[in-house]
Design a protein around this ligand. Sequence first.
Ligand code: SF4
Length: 292
Amino acid sequence: MICNICPRSCSAKREEKAGVCGVGEKFRVARAAPHFWEEPCLSGTRGSGTVFFSGCNLGCVYCQNQQISHGAFGKDVSSDGLKRIFDRLLESGVHNLNLVTPTHFVPMLAKTLAEYKSPVPIVYNSSGYEKAETLKMLEGLVDIYLPDIKYFDSAPALKYSGAADYFEYASKAVLEMHRQVGETVLDADGIARRGLIIRHMVLPGNISQAIKVFEWVRENLPAETYISVMRQYTPFGKAKEMPPIDRKLSSREYSLVKQKILAMGFENCNFQSGEAATESFIPNFDLEGVDL
Ligand code: SF4
């Protein structure tokens, strides 16, 4: 198959050679385990059942999961293998199945999800760099969309992710996600059952991006839209030599962003505490839950 499913449109023949996303025609997974550091409405008390897919179509210079996103570390698994991974996570009692960075697997994922019929919500957790038309394949199969909107302007999107057209695609993708699942619905225990949660990780020296992104969200989606404003940025890889993203976010920068966002009138905001900016939040990619 010639692959053009994501905005990179790289026309890779994935059965022969990996595309820009770094993977071929099979699912590749680096870790599958309960995760307790997602938003409280996803992690709850029993954890979110995260499945970390290998490879990535965005490739940010500061990615904290570089081993699997840039290096594509992981194990190839079949559709049946992925279903066994889901079964194992469900046995541990997780609140949901949380598919992390699945963009480059959407057509095969749609087929697997249609066959699997999960008893808990399926979470689609992505960078937001997607084609809206590709997301249509997931209609009725994903319960909760958890996209990033990383940048508003082309310059930082190009500099840090090599994707000047990032916002053009991410904005349309998020509107398509909202069309499919609507507003976030929580159960009596405060656990998300359905909806959209938009994330933005505030980058040091780039707080204007956070403000512009959330102004756009406020103008284009309802006030009750769930947003998550992340302060956990820690420099990794090339970012360690790229000021101003060679340092952590300051408390002052995060407070300023928080103030501006609160003034915009959002009804459901998740803000992170200072302890979030630590490497302990980064999972260990050792094929846990994959080597079945
Ligand atoms: S999903 Fe991968 S192979 Fe397909 S267009 Fe995007 S980068 Fe290329």
